[in-house]
Design a protein around this ligand. Sequence first.
Ligand code: FAD
Ligand code: SF4
Length: 541
Amino acid sequence: MDYDYDYIIIGSGFGGSVSALRLSEKGYKVLVVEKGKWYKADDFPKSNWNFKRWLWMPYLRFFGIMKLSIFRHIAIISGTGVGGGSLVYANTLPTPKTAFFNSGSWSKLADWEQELKPHYTEALRMLGAAQNPKLFDGDLGLKKVAEDLDILKKFDSTRVAVFFGEENKTVKDPYFNGKGPDRSGCNFCGACMTGCRYNAKNTLDKNYLYLAQQQGAEILAENEVMDVQPIAKGDGSQGYEVTIKSSTKLFAKSKKITATAVIFSGGVLGTVKLLLKLKQKSLPDLSDKLGEDIRSNNETLISVSSLEKDKNYSKGIAIGSILDTDENSHLEICRYGEGSDAWKLAHMPYVTGSNVVSRLFKTVGKFLKHPVDYFKIYFVNGWAKNTVVLLFMQTLDSTLKFKRNALGQMTSTVSTGKAPTPFIPESIKLVDAYQKAINGVSTSFALETLAGIPSTAHILGGAVMGKDRNQGVIDQDNKVFGYENMYVIDGAMISANPGVNPSLSITAIAEFAMSKIPGKSELEESQSTTINKTVNTDVIF
Ligand SMILES: Cc1cc2nc3c(=O)[nH]c(=O)nc-3n(C[C@H](O)[C@H](O)[C@H](O)COP(=O)(O)OP(=O)(O)OC[C@H]3O[C@@H](n4cnc5c(N)ncnc54)[C@H](O)[C@@H]3O)c2cc1C
Ligand code: SF4
């Protein structure tokens, strides 16, 4: 049979982009299908008040780069567009501690820390990782907290995917021997999370995807994969028919394309949602573990706004510094560019408490006690200019499960451990310390205050690794149990809590998975040897 492609990759985030480049280099014909838009530097919004370009809400005709999904136990922000989460992410690339490699459902399948070492090195090279060279007001506040807590040694600037050449100066590709695109030096505008308008952020369209295109890979933006059906034999050994549909046109017809193999790289929300749907009809042999072992980094995201007018907390890269607060936890400082004040619409005074009634009383109490302070941060001082978001993360584990309800929506339940909470004692202490350090007041998402639902930018798992289909959805080479020529390569494969921002790990594990796939010519050679052997055997008999 003539297939349209060797591989169809669903989604162009970290897992999808690595796969696209490595498979094209190996001689395969590759198509990447991406439901989001293809943004160039000038297309990114100047501030997050431009909801149409910032938020992905297709039902309102907003086709931006960030999606907000709210579940019973967790609120998730994620990226959409050619380059996936790299468009909206804060560039931070930490390596997880040893515990990540030795825990979770993948722990017994390999010596992961050792196996992945060269792939982490390659991922850092490809993403253009560099140490942030400059600290600004928000980072200095964190340094002050480190001094106050007597843990200054644990404070550092971040390692990030940003080009730190001469500010705003465009140069020829500095990363890939001239084969990559031109780049410009970062000007520390703080706007990385609304999209870099200066070509300084090393998003995936500037490295993996760019190079994949040079190798012949095709990228189809603004199309969503709706169905994946095995052709002829039900196990995928004869390839797949993939149904796609425009994600931005109002009245679009679906289209079918074929490939010998399929890679699911839609991120946790894309991949798990699609696979849960397909398990009901097109792919019934998927493991029953699908949707289980969903983790965040046990995060809290709490904002602190300074009352001192002479400071500018927008200045810097999105996450400029990091503090290891204990063995299991750390704190990062996040910022938005000046003028990106829209988050204030969703923020209320930060209070803690075991139930909504006590939290509501405390909220009113805070407003009444500090009316001028809150008036200033909401209505006078620029929100982003005066605010940092404290991103607290822990390696401690608890898991959720995603299921599909009768209406076709994904819902969450708690699987193991306690339900995630925005009220983590260590995080509460650090918020207090940071407030004091910068003379600020704290706020958090209304959802946290009102409903006690924590937020995360790091959703992971749902199609984890295991030794067999009873333990996981994929094996140690990312092959899906129950089907041939099918892989999951994205955040859904992450099988333990990294305790740190996960994109570097997703990239490294994707590199590892790709290293296991033979080149097209090697594969064809081995297939023709097998055929020849069969033919010879026939002659002998
Ligand atoms: C504001 C923010 C800041 C962050 N900061 C950091 C950070 O500093 N460091 C870090 O390591 N991580 C950070 N993250 C997290 C990081 O972005 C994600 O962990 C990472 O992008 C996940 O990669 P992935 O390969 O799973 O897929 P994603 O990057 O999530 O990409 C999946 C892509 O698939 C597309 N897709 C989904 N379903 C379909 C379908 N059916 N058909 C076609 N396309 C589909 C989506 O539109 C998306 O573009 C941040 C996230 C956010 C939202
Ligand atoms: S700080 Fe500004 S210029 Fe630098 S990478 Fe972020 S958005 Fe781009």
